[in-house]
Every structure is written in C-alpha cells, then in structure tokens.
Design a protein around this ligand. Structure first.
Ligand SMILES: [Zn+2]
Length: 222
C-alpha cells in the first residue's frame, strides 16, 4: 500500500515483532492515519480469535458468524495510539506537529528541539529509542530544496509530519509513509510551500552519490 504501512509490517507491529525504532514509526503513522488504525483493529480481532481457538472453547462461540461479528465490532480498547491531540500546547500552535508517541520520545514538539544543520537546506535531530538495530531521526528540509541523492544500505521508513516531499515514487504529505530499500535510489525534494519535517527510521547507513557528502557521513551519523 503506497503511502501507508505494508501489510507485513503492520502484522509484525500487531504481533509485537518489530524492534523499537520501526515500532515507533508505525505507531506515529497510526496516530495520523485512521485507515491503518482500522486495519490494526481487524488484525487484532483476527489475532484474538486465533488465540482463543488454541484453547478448548465451546464450538458455539467459534462459528464463522461469531468471528465475523467480532471483526465487525469496533474495539476501542485495542487502539494503542492516541490520535493527535487538538489541545493547545504551552506557547505553541493549536495542534502539535509531532503526535504522540513521537513527541514524548524526542522530548517536545519541533520548536523545542535542538536542530543540527547538515547543510544550508537540511537539519536533523537524532534521538535514542534504545533500539540498537535502527537509527531514528527527525529531518527538516527547507521548502523547495532537495536532499542529496542517495540509495540505501538497508531499509528506510520515512513519515512526513509537516509540509511534503516528492521523488520519483510520488508525493508524500503529512501522515504519508515512504518505504524504500537497497533497490531504490532517490532524491527527495521538499514541497515549495513550507519546510518538510519527517521522521526517518533506517537500519543501515544511506549511500550518497556525492563523494563529499560521503566524507561527512560519519560526522552526521546519517
Ligand atoms: Zn495508513
């Protein structure tokens, strides 16, 4: 599913098999995407039925009709993620740019963070999730400006939180996810109207085409 979390990733999320970095990415997308929250509800319902069937239960409670009705029933308690709060944060805008659980993980909304410049167009905030297998950061790209062309040593999960960006795979706006891997080389360009802020989760360093950018990679941990 373009712009959403893949079926495989969502299943791994629901069954608790994603490491903390990917899990944070999925949870943040869920906070912004009612469609994927619905998919999680269905997966949870199916998972619950499968688990119940492992134990001996009266056959009457496991009819197909029963399973279908459980899937159809909204089960609010299984939504682990709170949608973006409409309340006004201290001194900030009406709606925070960073939804929970991301905001708490990085220690505030975008205006309160220490952004570190990578060049004139791009700055970042690297933060720890306690997950050694992934690297998590917020990236901020100036409106209308590109990120250096790169491919990937592994998987990259990019979730747009403000503004938008475009590359050869499409245009991505707030809430949209782009999943790329070692087969994709791209040059994202921020939309012209406002700075693009993204959550990026990677499990290997990016591969930049420009040798000067490569030279600075260890310094920027990108
Ligand atoms: Zn979605």
């Amino acid at each position: 599913m373009m712009h959403h979390v893949s079926d495989e990733m969502l299943e791994d999320y629901v069954s608790g098999q994603l490491s903390a970095g990917w899990s944070l990415g999925v949870a943040t997308h869920l906070a912004l995407c009612p469609a994927c929250r619905k998919r999680v509800q269905v997966l949870e319902a199916v998972g619950g039925v499968l688990l119940e069937n492992i134990e001996p239960v009266p056959t009457a409670s496991t009819s197909l009709q029963d399973i279908m009705s459980r899937i159809a029933e909204p089960r609010d308690e299984i939504i682990a993620v709170t949608p973006t709060s409409p309340t006004r944060p201290r001194g900030g805008n009406l709606t925070p740019i960073l939804p929970e659980p991301l905001r708490q993980m990085v220690g505030g909304d975008v205006a309160h963070l220490k952004w570190r410049r990578l060049n004139g167009d791009v700055s970042q905030v690297i933060f720890e999730t306690g997950d050694q297998t992934t690297s998590c950061r917020l990236l901020r790209v100036k409106a209308g400006r590109p990120v250096a062309e790169h491919s990937h040593g592994g998987n990259e999960f990019t979730l747009v939180l403000a503004g938008s960006f475009s590359d050869k795979l499409g245009t991505f706006a707030r809430g949209d996810v782009e999943l790329t891997d070692e087969h994709v080389e791209h040059q994202p360009i921020a939309g012209p109207d406002e700075d693009c802020i993204c959550l990026a989760v990677t499990d290997a360093p990016l591969r930049f085409r420009n040798p000067i950018v490569r030279l600075f990679q260890p310094l920027f941990k990108i």
